[in-house]
Ligand binder design. Structure first.
Ligand SMILES: C[S@@+](CC[C@H](N)C(=O)[O-])C[C@H]1O[C@@H](n2cnc3c(N)ncnc32)[C@H](O)[C@@H]1O
Length: 213
């Protein structure tokens, strides 16, 4: 039987896909640190010899598109079919697949890089080690990984989407130490941790890691 948090997350993003897409429209233009993180990631992919990169939990696909603009062979994967439909509509010519980071439909060591921007925020603690093991399994040795997330130690529940319709989704905040600890246990080396807007109520962070095996 599928986990209820997974089906709740899928249904919620299906319900709210257009609202979310509108909310994040133009976000990268206003986020120099996110762009810098993606530029560093693109450089790591080139240094690793190039190859396919998965944007996992890609939402409407603007990070996938941005990576393409940086010369990266990126494709998107998202749990929500509605979100994937929006990504395909807005970025024709790019590849977007429906799938879950809890069980990636990718062969072992088949991709060069993984980006997971604000998508593991919907994975409960007990399932995070399994997700990071999936990332390690599909990455080639030395392949770079970027994990973006909200900083903190609380879980919040949303029951109304950006379009005002009912949803039911949990969002988990984590510390960079917590994410880095899980990643080390899953077989990653940590290259850097970036905390953005540390004085705001909910800062953002990116952990830069690479697969050890
Ligand atoms: C907050 S949005 C982030 C979207 C995009 N990465 C961004 O930075 O704007 C979270 C996305 O993760 C997706 N997601 C949540 N759980 C997932 C899972 N288990 N596997 C794949 N995608 C998932 C949701 O459908 C949603 O599109």
């Amino acid at each position: 039987m599928p986990d209820s948090w997974l089906s709740d997350t899928r249904t919620s993003y299906d319900t709210d896909a257009s609202g979310y897409a509108e909310k994040v429209d133009g976000l990268l233009d206003e986020s120099p640190y996110l762009r810098a993180g993606l530029a560093l990631f693109a450089e790591s992919v080139r240094t690793a010899g190039g190859g396919p990169v998965a944007d996992v939990g890609c939402g409407p696909g603007y990070v996938t598109r941005h990576l393409h603009g940086l010369g990266v062979d990126a494709f998107g994967i998202d749990l929500s079919p509605e979100m994937v439909a929006i990504a395909r509509r807005d970025h024709p010519g790019l590849r977007f697949d429906v799938g879950s980071m809890t069980d990636l439909d990718l062969a072992d060591h088949s991709i060069t890089g993984v980006v997971a921007f604000w998508s593991v925020i919907h994975i409960p603690d007990e399932a995070v080690p399994g997700v990071f093991e999936q990332f390690r399994r599909v990455l080639r040795p030395g392949g770079p990984l970027l994990v973006g997330f909200h900083v903190g130690d609380e879980t919040s529940h949303s029951d109304e989407g950006y379009t005002g319709r009912p949803i039911s989704v949990d969002t988990h905040r984590r510390t960079p130490d917590q994410i880095a600890g899980w990643l080390r246990e899953a077989g990653f080396t940590i290259d850097a941790e970036l905390v953005m807007r540390p004085d705001e109520r909910v800062p953002g962070a990116i952990v830069f890691a690479r697969s050890r095996s």
